[in-house]
Design a protein around this ligand. Structure first.
Ligand code: KIV
Length: 290
């Protein structure tokens, strides 16, 4: 099966086809996300919060990203897998960016990388693209800059901030980014940007006017209850389904109803008797492996 390429993603915009992107951080989840029909699997550094238990994405390392991206790649055959560049893996200069992006492509086997920032990241994006590494941009509320923003706040609300976002988007497009994530910006601004760019925009908290949407797996399936971002919609209650299944398991274990003969392995009673001359004392049920 051929994988969706970054060229396919660009062509989807030209055809007016919406792009479906979702995060996944391990093999079985990536498989499910692909089976559900996502075009792009993003191994985002949100894994720091929703999988590793940090309160921001800042502690996530390159080793974390390589480890999780590798697993997601193993779980997919058709989707484009994008590996996120974590905090300080590219801000320190394009040479570091090149080395770290190469790790994601070579060791983890993803098809593209994503990094945050507009004009300030444009040179890095251009260098990576020239080296054959497809790059997805990310502007607006870029979580790696949360300390600079003073919290997870909507970006681009004033005319000056909106104009800056337009410059950022254009700089990324000119640098060769194949798509740009727009995070937590006003919907009309995202629509305006989408109309002005030739590359697809993928929104999260950026309204319906983007060329595609991305959601965080754990948010949309009720598996992360520390907080629920306004831009997330619950498309399933998997968290509650898991809790309910664990409650049923605990009930059965405590009541002695699990495991039953169906989940146990039998042993020849004669062999058992040889091992334990007192086998009879174990009770008929045990001796028969029931
Ligand atoms: O890390 C991530 O999951 C992301 C998305 C929220 C766009 O960057």
């Amino acid at each position: 099966m051929t994988r969706i390429s970054t060229t396919d993603i660009r062509q989807m915009k030209q055809r007016g086809e919406k792009i479906v992107m979702m995060t996944a951080y391990d093999c079985p989840t990536a498989r499910l996300v692909e089976q559900g029909g996502a075009d792009v699997v993003l191994v985002g550094d949100t894994l720091g919060m929703v999988v590793l238990g940090y309160d921001s994405t800042l502690p996530v390392t390159m080793d974390d990203m390589v480890h999780h991206t590798k697993a997601a790649v193993r779980g997919t055959e058709r989707a484009l897998v994008v590996g996120d560049m974590p905090f300080m893996s590219y801000q320190t200069g394009w040479q570091d960016a090149m080395r770290n992006a190469a790790r994601l492509m070579q060791e983890a086997g993803c098809g593209a990388v994503k990094l945050e920032g507009g004009t300030r990241s444009a040179e890095t994006v251009q260098r990576l693209v020239e080296a054959g590494i497809p790059v997805m941009g990310h502007i607006g509320l870029t979580p790696q800059s949360v300390n600079q923003f003073g919290g997870f706040k909507v970006q681009g609300k004033t005319p000056a901030a909106a104009v800056q976002l337009m410059h950022d988007a254009q700089a990324l497009e000119q640098a060769g980014a194949f798509a740009i994530v727009l995070e937590t910006i006003p919907a009309p601004l995202a629509e305006l940007l989408t109309g002005r760019l030739s590359v697809p925009t993928i929104g999260i908290g950026a309204g319906a006017g983007c060329d595609g949407q991305v959601q965080v797996f754990h948010d949309m399936l009720g598996m992360f209850d520390a907080f629920m971002p306004k831009h997330a919609k619950r498309f399933g209650e998997i968290g509650e389904a898991i809790r309910e299944a664990v409650r049923a398991y605990a009930r059965d274990v405590r009541a002695g109803d699990f495991p039953t003969a169906k989940e146990s392995f039998r042993m020849d009673p004669a062999a058992l008797a040889e091992l334990r001359p007192d086998g009879a004392k174990l009770g008929r049920r045990h001796a028969l492996g029931m």
